[in-house]
Design a protein. Sequence first.
Length: 500
Amino acid sequence: DGGSKARSWKWREMLRFPNISECQDLAATIERDYYSLCVKQPIGKELFRQYCWTRQDLQNCMILLSDLVGLTGTRMQPNTNKFNLRKQNIYCKNSESLIKPPKRRFTNPPRNLFCFVLRKGTFLSQEPFQQYQNSMYFERFLQWKMLERKPITKKLFRQYRLLGKGGFGEVWACQVRATGMMYACKKLDKGHVKKRRGEKLALNEKELLEEVDSRFVVNLAYAYETKHTLCMVLTMMSGGDLKFHIYNMKQKLDKHRVCFYAAEVCCGLTHLHEKSIAYRDLKPENILLDDKGHIRISDLGLAVKLSEGRLVRGMVGTVGYMAPEVISGDKYGLCVDWWGLGCLIYEMTAAKPPFKGRKENVMRQELEIRITKEQEAYDERFSNEVKNICTALLKKNPKERLGCSGSGGRDVKAHPFFQEINFRMLEAGLIEAPFKPDPRHVYCSDVQDIDEFSTVRGGVHTEKDDQFYQKFNTGSVSLSWQNEVMSCLTRPAVVQLGQE
Ligand code: ADP
Ligand code: MG
Ligand code: MG
């Protein structure tokens, strides 16, 4: 657990604002988009909120908004009624365009009932937003933005233990000195990347990670380079991977945990699919637990962005987990991931993958025949619902497969297997995980087993390499960075810090 306690004693200095005169270029070029500046970006949202509170005429509106913040994403049960009676005058006062009161009591209100208040085209995005841009709060925002855009070097981090090893290098635990935030730093050795022509892959992974913003997918916070490595600084996942939890723990996964993990993976996939990203490498190893027991999908190395409903071809994935259409060399799309979810639920339940015995050695060719031709077997460990959802997800023909009817995962979430899951609460982060990793335990076969990585030196350094490094080395990722800073500051500090 990082936390602000562990931040450097020099943190104030590290977060010192540039003089406002240095922000002029930024002020001239920054896109004046209400949604991005005042809703999406955490620091921008906070400063805009504080600005609005200073205005007498916006007080009612702010009271309404602060009530709504607690309600979006949750089920607003009976108190919706009380709420809209009490606040009736507020709706009217700040014009109809702000919000229309719900006419009836909802027992299961649509999630977006109030969302549009917070989005484009609402009352606050007009005159208040215009005035905000002339205020000292907006100046402060620009100063934060300048800090956000500072070049990133390895000096900003402390490095701790080795967490794992990947194809192009190692993953280390690290901590941002200025904030105390813990991350996992995935280092790609430049020599290895070059020798194995991994430039495109590395850049693909980095750019996809940059785009995702989900509590169920590992997020990117920084991308930077050192002399010999390219680094991706990712959400720290200290609870081990699902492979370890399935096979190496005395305590087996019970059906609640299987259902919970499957539901979170399902949300992660839905998020990727909304961005037209096919993940393509779903397997227990790639699902990581955090210290609270929530999971995230990690390792987007094989993921691909599909352009406008287009399909792709390519034998990509891990032997034993690839969907039949991938093996057969057909064109395929997002459906391959629902197959992957089927394999995952199966493996969590049976402690073996669907087409291979626990310790069985199978030739690749034989395994591929089984996957494309044979029906998987279900024993007594599978309840009706589990068997049912696995069968539906493991349909060989993607057209018949659950999740592939174009509903964006809604049909999967509606399956009786997920009956106990309230997806809305889950996505709002309001459900506690059924199992919390023990912080004293290292959930990894043996840290000693992770060999040190040898670096590859030499090779001729070209201009093309530099171009690639430059594309990679983009520094902080806005949302992650702002979240990190916000998590170590109190609300007034967002405005005051650095003023002395
Ligand atoms: P590769 O793409 O080269 O396979 P991975 O992204 O899978 O690399 O990372 C390699 C290993 O590092 C993983 O198996 C895991 O043990 C560890 N690891 C990766 N990402 C994280 C993370 N965010 N938090 C903790 N450990 C991680
Ligand atoms: Mg991996
Ligand atoms: Mg990878």
